[in-house]
Design a protein around this ligand. Structure first.
Ligand SMILES: [Zn+2]
Length: 120
């Protein structure tokens, strides 16, 4: 049996305990949007569309670093580098899939991809 460790904030599973603890050391960001708000999403093919937020969850940020591959004991300066990354980030779920890049569709979009708009 192999033990795994989970960050209690974002739920990411790690092989190493220090990786999970490091992930937990990053703060929970304040959400910019709330469930029920209508936001604008920039799409690849259809320009900007508006959609209502159905739910939201904290995830491991999309500026991805694999903490299991970082020896935090050996490279203590890495903690300083990681401060520049947003490890915990809000992802918002929508009713529809949206094509936001060439290859990928999402029903979950990060805050950085969204703009607040007036209610429809
Ligand atoms: Zn985490």
């Amino acid at each position: 049996m192999k033990l795994h460790y989970q960050c209690e904030i974002c739920g990411t599973i790690y092989e190493r305990e220090d990786s999970a603890k490091f992930c937990e050391s990053f703060p929970t960001p304040t959400p910019k949007f709330q469930v029920g708000e209508v936001v604008a999403i920039q799409l690849r093919y259809d320009g900007v569309v508006q959609d209502r937020i159905l739910s939201m969850k904290l995830v491991y940020g999309h500026n991805y670093i694999n903490l299991d591959h970082v020896d935090l004991e050996r490279y203590p300066n890495f903690k300083g580098i990681a401060e520049n990354y947003r490890i915990h980030e809000w992802a918002y779920q929508f009713a529809n899939y949206h094509q936001i890049t060439k290859d990928r569709a999402y029903d979950s979009i990060f805050e950085s991809s969204l703009e607040k708009v007036e209610a429809i």
